[in-house]
Design a protein around this ligand. Structure first.
Ligand code: MG
Length: 376
């Protein structure tokens, strides 16, 4: 028999066997999977308090009212979290309204059809991605728990390849900034918020306490490209690794101009929410800051990672002010990214949950199923 004929025969035989035997059934170890529709959705608002007043270029706050979602079926409960952000027209009330719209969807849902269900969540209302994120996080947590696997395992990712997370220093008085920097000594990377008056003094205050890696986030705070380039040149001399969202999201042309003239990567944050935003950003930014709350869920965040990788863009995963539920969910994707900024739960004083740990600045995933965050 000729070589080609041999392979054709073997190939046909294999196809013939599978046709005769019918489609193979899929099993997950010893896990007995119940199938069927119907998930019970409930939610609650929890106030989470910030250790320090949180000031960025836009606003200031002492607490956040986040919305927690519980999806229940077959004695398993998936937990999700929404950290609504007024920058994206989200409030706890608008978040709750969106979650309530999802009750009929989940009442008739098979959670193992989570990909289609994820797209159905996206269609509920325009925007309101924090609410959608809570629904998708709870759904994926349920799926992981039902299959008895952590989500990083479900998605084929190596949990040991997680990066160090930066710890954020918000805008404050010079003395408080120095104090916060001292408190942040266990972290290998600091992210310093700038974009108001006195950026240079702020960085000098941090540098007077530490020589560690600094990343800078202007939160759209500089509105003139000439001002921004001078600021960035000064920051580069003071050893910053990259600049996040130097100019307002809508100033694409100016950002492209800036990016061509500075030596450090420019990362998009406010300019990017979901996958469809990414292609147009590749010309003006070196990377994107993916947040589960902006993306509208873990599944969309994964799609964003694949697309950004195909465009050779750097990938950062960031967060809002979130408890360990939101942070542990985002951390599941850590091995795919270049930079992590998952400190939302480290900035609060009354985290109702525990999950992903940070040990000497490095993100450490646990082996609990789902996202791995449980009630404290
Ligand atoms: Mg940012």
């Amino acid at each position: 028999m000729k070589r080609r004929e041999f392979f054709e025969t073997v190939g046909l035989a294999a196809v013939g066997t599978s046709v005769l035997a019918g489609l193979p059934s899929i099993s997950f170890g010893n896990t007995k999977l119940k199938t069927g529709r119907g998930m019970k959705l409930s939610y609650e608002i929890k106030r989470i308090n910030l250790t320090h007043t949180w000031t960025i270029s836009r606003n200031s706050s002492d607490y956040k009212d986040n919305v927690f979602v519980y999806l229940e079926k077959d004695g398993i409960t998936g937990i999700g979290e929404a950290g609504p952000n007024i920058r994206y027209d989200e409030t706890p009330e608008s978040t709750v309204a969106t979650i309530e719209k999802a009750i009929p969807l989940f009442a008739n849902a098979d959670p193992f059809e989570y990909v289609q269900l994820g797209y159905d969540i996206k269609e509920l209302v325009p925007g309101q991605t924090a609410a959608k994120a809570a629904l998708d996080i709870a759904l994926m947590d349920w799926v992981g728990k039902a299959l008895n696997v952590p989500l990083y395992r479900l998605w084929g990712l190596d949990p040991t390849k997680s990066p160090y997370t930066s710890f954020t220093i918000g805008i404050d008085t010079i003395e408080v900034v120095k104090q916060k920097t001292r408190e942040a000594a266990p972290y290998k990377i600091l992210k310093v918020k700038v974009g108001k008056e006195g950026d240079e003094e702020l960085i000098k205050a941090v540098r007077s306490v530490t020589n560690t890696t600094i990343r800078v986030d202007a939160n759209e705070g500089w509105t003139d490209k000439e001002v921004a380039i001078k600021k960035i040149e000064w920051l580069v001399k003071n050893g910053v690794e990259f600049i996040e969202q130097p100019l307002p999201a809508k100033m694409m042309e100016e950002t492209r101009w800036l990016r061509d003239r500075v030596e450090v990567p420019i990362i998009a944050d406010e300019a990017v929410k979901t996958t469809s935003d990414i292609p147009q950003l590749a010309e003006a930014y070196d990377g994107i800051n993916i947040k589960i709350m902006k993306a509208g869920g873990l599944q969309e965040a994964l799609r964003m990672i694949w697309l950004a990788k195909s465009l050779n863009m750097k990938i950062m995963i960031g967060c809002m002010i979130e408890s360990s539920v939101g942070i542990s969910a985002a951390a599941q994707l850590c091995s795919l990214i270049d930079y992590a900024d998952l400190d939302g739960n480290l900035l609060i004083s009354n985290d109702p949950f525990k999950g992903t740990d940070v040990v000497d600045g490095k993100i450490v995933l646990n082996d609990r199923p789902g996202h791995g965050a449980i009630v404290r």
